[in-house]
Design a protein around this ligand. Structure first.
Ligand SMILES: NC(=O)c1ccc[n+]([C@@H]2O[C@H](COP(=O)([O-])OP(=O)(O)OC[C@H]3O[C@@H](n4cnc5c(N)ncnc54)[C@H](OP(=O)(O)O)[C@@H]3O)[C@@H](O)[C@H]2O)c1
Length: 340
């Protein structure tokens, strides 16, 4: 069957299409005919050696890339009782984080990072590592959910979102656009930043209440505070990292929350000051995607609220290198999808 491998930490040229062996399934495994995949910023880091610690690309290459994909069940092991042939499913980002608090062992089960990912025609999953996809979703729509959407869901729901609260999103990538859509469904007031006025217009069409071009306003945190009557926001969806952390702290209200998610900007060795987090009594919460239970709760909310993911561009399986280049260009708004 066709698959892609990252042969080692050699940059995008280490991404190679290969003929791989058909996966074998054990008694508790489910064989999925993959129909669609989606890309996340993290997928760009893997060909360069991954983020931290134990990504397989560094430890034991080659590695199958991508955490996110959806497809149809085509075979089940003899002890499988959660799924049957014909079911429409997606892989959970952490194959072993089913519910409760994340443990060190479960971190080692991240698809397309600690373990092989899903960019292959067929993938065998343990039945516990799969969720049913929303009934009204196409495979392409469902493929957008496992990483970016679950991350946005966890970041918002841990903050006990209430109607009338204000949430700030940075940029218009996958996580931020999902957070915007979920925040609107929770009845929240939304502020979003972008480098592009065109993307901000698209964000307004999705319901963004206040939009700020962070290129035009290098001091965007001041605009956020002004626009909230000097108070600041309840929750910041902090995808920027070292380059935006202090501004996100400045944007949060006293006793508010900063959901630490990303590493898009700044030097990771830079030491932004956490002092104001202390004086403002902020909750600064690290967010690492989410559990299977969070994924399932999110899918229920998606169905009830009839939310649809924003797909920027679709590439074919033949054009995976072009999908990586598009992700790298950061021209997208929302999600980039790969289809069969
Ligand atoms: N902790 C976790 O579990 C987790 C899960 C998912 C993602 N992440 C991280 O979250 C970040 C976003 O991931 P993603 O997949 O959503 O990325 P993405 O789809 O590639 O989004 C990239 C977008 O980020 C925006 N951006 C870049 N620099 C920015 C800056 N200085 N200020 C504000 N926005 C900026 C740009 O938006 P504009 O074009 O609108 O300017 C860019 O298009 C990444 O660092 C990723 O590693 C972490």
């Amino acid at each position: 069957m066709r698959s892609y491998h990252i042969t080692g930490p050699g940059g995008l040229k280490s991404l190679t299409e290969v003929q791989a062996d058909e996966p074998e399934i054990g008694p508790f495994d489910v064989l999925v005919e993959m129909k669609a995949w989606s890309m996340n910023y993290r997928d760009l880091a893997m060909p360069y050696g991954g983020y931290v610690g134990n990504d397989k690309v560094k430890r034991n290459p080659p590695m199958v890339p991508l955490s996110d994909g959806s497809g149809e069940v085509v075979a089940v092991g003899k002890s499988v009782d959660r799924f049957k042939v014909g079911d429409r499913v997606a892989g959970a980002f952490f194959q072993k984080w089913l519910d409760g608090e994340l443990t060190a062992e479960q971190i080692g089960s991240a698809l397309g990072g600690a373990i092989d990912g899903v960019l292959a025609e067929r993938v065998a999953f343990h039945q516990d590592g799969l969720v049913s996809i929303p009934k009204t979703y196409s495979f392409e729509q469902a493929a957008t959910l496992p990483c970016a959407a679950v991350t946005a869901w966890q970041a918002l729901t841990l903050g006990n979102p209430r109607p009338g609260q204000t949430v700030l999103m940075l940029g218009t990538g996958g996580v931020s656009v999902f957070a915007l859509q979920f925040a609107k469904a929770f009845g929240m007031r939304t502020i979003i930043t972008s480098s592009s006025d065109e993307k901000l217009e698209r964000a307004r069409q999705l319901g963004a209440d206040i939009t700020i071009n962070y290129r035009e306003h290098a001091d965007w945190e001041r605009v956020v505070v002004e626009q909230t009557d000097g108070i600041g926001v309840d929750n910041v969806i902090e995808v920027g990292g070292a380059g935006t952390f202090e501004k996100s702290i400045a944007s949060a209200k006293v006793s508010g929350r900063v959901s630490l998610i990303g590493v898009l900007t700044g030097n990771p060795d830079q030491n932004p000051s956490p002092m104001m987090a202390l004086f403002k009594r902020l909750t600064v919460q690290g967010i690492y995607v989410g559990s299977r239970a969070m994924f399932e709760a999110m899918n229920r909310a998606i169905e009830v609220n009839q939310l649809r993911p924003v797909i920027d561009t679709q590439f074919s399986f033949d054009d995976v290198p072009a999908a990586y280049e598009h992700l790298k260009s950061a021209k997208h708004f929302g999600k980039i999808v790969i289809t069969r």
